[in-house]
Ligand binder design. Sequence first.
Ligand code: AMP
Length: 211
Amino acid sequence: MITIALSKGRIYDEALPLLKAAGIIATEDPELSRKLILATNRRNVRILIVRSADVPTYVQYGAADLGIAGKDVLNEHGGRGLYQPLDLNIACCRMMVAVPAGFDYQQAVRQGARLRVATKYVQAAREHFAAKGVHVDLIKLYGSMELAPLTGLADAIVDLVATGNTLRANNLKAVEEIAPISARLIVNQAALKLKRDSIQPLLDALARAAA
Ligand code: AMP
């Protein structure tokens, strides 16, 4: 049995065509079913539906052999025990620093101001501001980061930006790119060794589909 961990939403929707090209079709739609383990057209392949931040953990401990996770999530997880053979080029966006439209971020940085930054991506934010020599107090949030500068909780946020519509709708502007983000295939290192005969053809097919 090969078990693939996926999160619902953008990654699932954009991974479906790649999995299909690799010959794997889920027999149920996770948006319609409450099942967390989905069967596929292949008797030896099943799909686990987990929260996006939990995908690396399932694969790290071998509860799933493979998974698809955003680079943002992998950065925060640290990637221990994971083989990352493939950038799938899906769920693409950018991790950005954003501030209220009227805030002069560059000047605040030049003046050495200490900034309060709210984010879900504490690890990536810490590394980014440390590398720039900017002093920050990081505030961990779990969602709707855009609200933090609007309510005085923080001066800035670190968040994912795709079209920029969410920032614009909340009167915020992106001022700095931290990293380009896309979803990666991750594989449990032990599973790759023990089940190479069944996993390697899948990796090859996914690599062809993502190219
Ligand atoms: P947008 O309005 O298109 O710039 O999208 C920004 C919103 O979508 C933010 O709330 C982001 O956290 C979220 N978002 C954008 N791209 C992704 C992605 N690839 N994975 C997860 N969340 C994303």
